[in-house]
Ligand binder design. Structure first.
Ligand SMILES: C[S@@+](CC[C@H](N)C(=O)[O-])C[C@H]1O[C@@H](n2cnc3c(N)ncnc32)[C@H](O)[C@@H]1O
Length: 304
């Protein structure tokens, strides 16, 4: 395979393999194929099979390369991992999720994920459906403010929403940099802090791709397909995702939990998992060579 074209550096690859534990003859799902970094490592570490999912039609070229190299041991199924149960009707020995966008998606300016490159305000991983441009030009001020606050954890969400609505009275918002400029009028850049557009762009990306809903449905679908002893491994990159993963594993985990103070305590045998790992973070060395790894968190669980 053309490794010199490798652009996306897989995050916490060693830890993913240690938790997934690929074995000869078993079937694994890579729910977020991307550039295939995890899939390749799994296929190279044991004579097993990988079913790879991705909603981005552009990864098809890479998937074809994998098919040529690994033949029957590799299968690509285009679609969203939120539809896990339909895409993967068979029982599996493990599933891995690497949540978020790939470096290829971020680097390709015309996908509209990055505010540092002038491009149409798009952000659709699947290249279909409602785009970020549709949202900023059609949502009401209140709706926009709530979205930016909830998914971007942006304290100045109300001022940003107001500025967006005022701007579009004169002209539709078309590009990434146009939106970034509107945000910079409201939130000023301070040295040492993240770019003020980061949180609003994150919020739009989450909304456009229904990322949190996808994650909830995907985890449930994968856990239901796992055979006894099957392993679920999830790498996530921000607090909203991590909360969902943590709660899902805890609620289905081997420990006694009380979901609310009014609910009865669930005993270990009520959950889907017999074991839930502690949170695992990347090494300092990995963060130095791959800055994208800095916010990564890995959690894993074993099916009862
Ligand atoms: C961080 S990248 C994965 C990189 C991969 N682990 C590697 O090593 O090359 C995430 C990938 O997941 C895909 N993706 C994100 N959300 C998805 C969803 N709900 N369903 C299917 N694929 C999704 C994106 O299109 C992207 O290609």
């Amino acid at each position: 395979m053309a490794e010199q074209r490798q652009k996306h550096v897989p995050v916490m690859l060693k830890e993913v393999l240690e938790n997934l534990k690929p074995q000869k003859g078993e079937i694994y799902v890579d729910a977020t194929f991307g550039h295939g970094g995890y899939t390749k490592a799994v296929l190279d570490s044991a004579v097993c099979k990988v079913i790879a999912l991705d909603r981005d039609p552009k990864v098809r070229v890479r998937a074809n390369e994998f098919k040529n190299t690994y033949g029957e041991r590799f299968e690509f199924r285009a679609g969203k991992f939120g539809d896990f149960s339909d895409l993967v009707p068979e029982k599996i020995n493990g599933a891995v999720f690497d949540i978020g966008v790939s470096s290829m998606q971020l680097d390709e300016a015309e996908r509209g994920f990055s505010f540092s490159k002038e491009a149409p305000l798009d952000m659709r991983m699947s290249c279909e459906g409602l785009s970020a441009k549709d949202i900023v030009n059609s949502y009401g001020e209140r709706e926009l403010a709530d979205l930016i606050y909830e998914y971007g954890e942006e304290r100045k969400s109300r001022q940003i929403a107001k500025a967006i609505v005022e701007y579009r009275r004169k002209k539709r918002i078309e590009t990434t940099t146009e939106l970034a400029k509107i945000i910079y009028e409201v939130v000023h850049h301070r040295a040492g802090e993240i770019d003020p557009a980061t949180r609003t762009f994150q919020a739009l990306r989450i909304a456009v791709n229904d990322e949190l809903g996808e994650l909830e449905r995907g985890l449930q679908g994968a856990a239901e397909r796992l055979l006894s002893g099957g392993r679920l491994v999830v790498v996530d990159f921000h607090s909203l995702e991590d909360r969902i993963v943590k709660n899902f594993m805890k609620e289905n985990g081997g420990k006694k939990v009380r979901i609310s103070k009014y609910a009865p305590e669930l005993s270990p045998q009520d959950g889907l998992f017999s074991e839930v790992s502690k949170i695992i973070v990347p090494t300092v060395e990995e963060c130095k060579v791959n800055p994208r790894a800095r916010s990564a968190k890995l959690r894993s669980a074993v099916r009862r």
